[in-house]
Design a protein around this ligand. Structure first.
Ligand SMILES: *Cc1c(COP(=O)(O)O)cnc(C)c1O
Length: 459
């Protein structure tokens, strides 16, 4: 029976043991889950017990019932969606985050977290080549980061048009025009929906999914007087391609537009001398989105929103409350949609501190090197075509027909050695590989390519 003074030692010891067993299993276990939702529910049981259960027994029960239904997402052979693993420094720190239980919205309540957030923010701006003094908000992911950056943009362009959204809302406001590339991420549209802006105007993209500069410049010139937000992309989820920032950011500003960049994984290209060229001109935008739970390999939920003008971000996200003890330096919660939140900056700081500047560059370069190795290895498999220019961490391949590609995706999941996702790009079924995990080795790439060769042989 759980007592209010129950010591956590036994439960934490069990969690530690299950953690080590899970991590040790990653190299050997199939990457896809081996049990269905129903099977896990059956093992867990559905009746809420009348009596309590000691915490350590609950941990054992949960870990045992869930283990077969877990996907080896932290495995070096998981290449689905765009998903990072967890660096050891971030994982260990994330345990401390839960134990410390800091509600990190207020500087005076949680000075340690604010200190770490300030230091990590400055490091991030430096590494990503973004303007010193920009505001950095620690949000749950790129979706909320897009929401936050675009909110600041919406409010700023309406303010310039003489309309205060905070006071008047959107009803009766001048219509805001939002220009996006045809291949922006779906979460940009979702964020615009949250923001009451409706569907954006899609500008045609080129064969790699980059917004066409000429088309965007023409769209900007079309309606000079409308408040305008432009959402660009650093890293297309299929091709990895980057929008031509250098050709469009200044023009967008000349038309009075706010420029937001969705760089959920691609923003990290700016940290590496070898890939920085892809992001040229990006630093002149007004707001940027990136994830820490992708390329930086911290646990979920961790995204970052960066806004050049801290006052613009505070105007959209800030809050005053009589019972809150405000600090002159500004509050962490003035930069994000949430008030209460966990100490998200701790694991971000920990990975940056563990890797150091050269380690971050090495991480980005390594992910790209593995992507190139995938492209070369796939091209050598008969009947296999890599359909994108592999400029960063993303690789898309086809296998002769949509039906054959679908079958490769299905057989790969059955094989279990690696996880890659099927998708449709430019009207064609593709197998999509995203290299985002810090722990992926050359051996993982070789084993995964062998799996593709194996299943193509079975077609
Ligand atoms: C993953 C991704 C998102 C959404 O990120 P979440 O962290 O899942 O909210 C947005 N944009 C791009 C380009 C992405 O790759």
């Amino acid at each position: 029976m759980a007592e209010s003074n129950e010591a956590p030692d036994a439960a934490l010891d069990r969690a530690h043991a299950h953690t080590l067993a899970w991590l040790a299993s990653l190299d050997k276990r199939p990457v896809p889950p081996q049990a269905s939702v129903d099977a896990v529910v059956a093992t867990l049981g559905t009746d809420l017990p009348e009596q309590g259960t000691p915490a350590e027994e609950v941990v054992d029960l949960l870990a045992t019932a869930c283990e077969p239904g877990l996907t080896a997402i932290p495995s070096g052979r998981f290449f689905g969606f765009v998903i990072g693993g967890t660096h050891p420094a971030a994982l260990a720190t994330d345990w401390l985050v839960s134990a410390w239980d800091q509600n990190s919205g207020l500087r005076r309540l949680t000075p340690a977290h604010s200190a770490v957030e300030d230091v990590a923010s400055a490091w991030l701006l430096d590494l990503l080549g973004l303007p010193t003094g920009s505001a950095v908000g620690f949000v749950t992911g790129a979706t909320m980061s897009n929401f936050t950056g675009l909110a600041a943009g919406r409010d700023a362009v309406l303010r310039r048009a003489g309309w205060d959204v905070a006071e008047k809302g959107l009803q009766g406001a001048p219509r805001v025009r939002v220009l996006v590339g045809a291949e922006r991420h779906d979460t940009v549209d979702l964020a615009l929906r949250y923001l009451g802006l409706g569907l954006p105007e899609a500008v045609p993209a080129d064969d790699q999914g980059r917004v066409r500069a000429d088309a965007l410049l023409a769209a900007l010139a079309e309606d000079e007087s409308r408040p305008t937000v432009v959402a660009l992309q650093a890293g297309n989820v299929h091709s990895g391609a980057f929008d031509p920032f250098d050709e469009v950011v200044d023009a967008a500003h000349e038309h009075g537009a706010w420029v937001h960049v969705d760089g959920a994984f691609g923003l990290w290209a700016a940290t590496s001398p070898s890939y920085r060229g892809l992001t040229r001109g990006m630093e002149r935008a007004d707001s940027w989105t990136t994830d820490a739970h992708k390329t930086l390999n911290v646990p979920y939920d961790s995204g970052l929103v960066i806004v050049r003008d801290p006052a613009a971000l505070r105007a959209s996200m800030g809050m005053q409350g009589d019972y809150l003890i405000h600090d002159e330096a500004g509050e962490p919660f003035d930069k994000v949609p949430e008030i209460s939140r966990r100490g998200r900056a701790f694991p971000v700081w920990a990975v940056l501190r563990a890797l150091g500047r050269s380690g971050v560059v090495e991480l980005v370069d390594r992910l790209c090197r593995h992507a190139t190795a995938f492209a070369e290895g796939l091209t050598a498999i008969p009947g296999t075509t890599v359909v994108n220019d592999v400029v960063f961490t993303q690789v898309c391949a086809t296998f002769g027909s949509d039906a054959r590609t679908d079958e490769v995706v299905r057989l790969l999941l059955e094989d279990g050695e690696a996880w890659m996702t099927g998708s449709t790009w430019r009207g064609e079924k593709v197998l999509r590989i995203s290299v985002s995990n810090w722990s992926t080795t050359e051996d993982d790439v070789a084993r995964s390519l062998a799996a593709v060769r194996r299943v193509v042989g079975r077609l």
